[in-house]
Design a protein around this ligand. Structure first.
Ligand SMILES: [Zn+2]
Length: 276
């Protein structure tokens, strides 16, 4: 099947009151393992390329990989840029065939975030590509990018932003953080509800790794339509490698790592799809 856009898969999530997983990909094996889970669960999947992979020189390889995998897939696959750092980087991704780009201007003052996000939306929409924006910078460290400011989105800023930027999805900070949580996270669900009540585009929760299932369920009930998972998948992959490293057999190591990732991705999908 051809690649789908973020707009298309999130429209399905809105109708069914579910969330679509945004799974970060780093290599062929992890991507295959995620696709095994998506196929088994018959769920659309957003394969996201992050800044760590881009710094490691994987942007073109991963784009090619996802485009080939999508052709053989029986479920919709979105090729998505995670935390795009500049207008120019989003344009590079349009050229490479991405069907969705995130532009993260959340560290800028609101006016600048609006201005830059509008430019990205204008260019991406001209070629049918979806755009995710961010407000209320999400704390923690992901791919070497860290935000130190308080990660609770200002509801009034959301109102202004959605009035000026025609994005297809909006990531908001409600107490969520990248990486694994130290202790139990605290989500500000009232703030999430207030944002949703403004009539926002589908809302995105970053930092899905290690969040208790019940909190994810509640977030989806209140309007989260995409949940990002990166760190937890990487840890599952690496745990598989570590367990089999003595075997000195590449493919045996990958097999175990992939099984770990598939099992975790299936759990996340079932949770996000309201089956758990
Ligand atoms: Zn993120």
């Amino acid at each position: 099947m051809a690649l789908a856009t973020l707009h298309e898969v999130l429209a399905t999530a809105v109708k069914t009151n579910t969330a679509i997983p945004g799974f970060n990909i780093d290599n062929i094996e992890g991507t295959e393992a995620i696709m095994d889970a998506a196929e088994a669960e018959q769920c659309p999947v957003i394969l996201t390329v992050g800044q760590g992979a881009i710094k490691a020189g994987q942007l073109r390889h991963l784009a090619d990989l996802v485009k080939r995998i999508a052709q053989e897939s029986t479920v919709p696959v979105v090729l998505h840029l995670d935390h795009g750092i500049s207008y120019e980087q989003t344009i590079q991704c349009l050229r490479l065939g991405f069907t969705s780009v995130m532009y993260d201007g959340s560290h800028f003052p609101l006016e600048e975030n609006i201005r830059e996000s509008r430019s990205v939306v204008r260019s991406a929409h001209a070629v049918g590509v979806s755009v995710e924006c961010e407000l209320g910078a999400i704390s923690g460290v992901e791919d070497g990018i860290s935000h130190k400011n308080v990660n609770l989105v200002d509801v009034e800023e959301v109102r202004r932003f959605i009035g000026e930027v025609d994005c297809d999805a909006l990531a908001i900070g409600i107490g969520n953080a990248h990486g694994m949580y130290q202790g139990t996270p605290h989500f500000d669900f009232d703030r999430l509800r207030a944002c949703k009540n403004l009539g926002t585009p589908p809302l995105v929760l970053h930092g899905g790794s290690g969040t208790p299932d019940e909190m994810i369920r509640q977030a989806i009930q209140l309007g989260i339509r995409k949940v990002n998972v990166a760190t937890e998948l990487r840890m599952a992959f690496m745990a598989g490698l570590e367990r089999t490293v003595g075997q000195r057999d590449f493919y045996e190591m990958y097999r175990t790592a992939k099984e770990n990732v598939t099992a975790l991705a299936r759990h996340k999908i079932q949770l996000f799809q309201g089956k758990l």
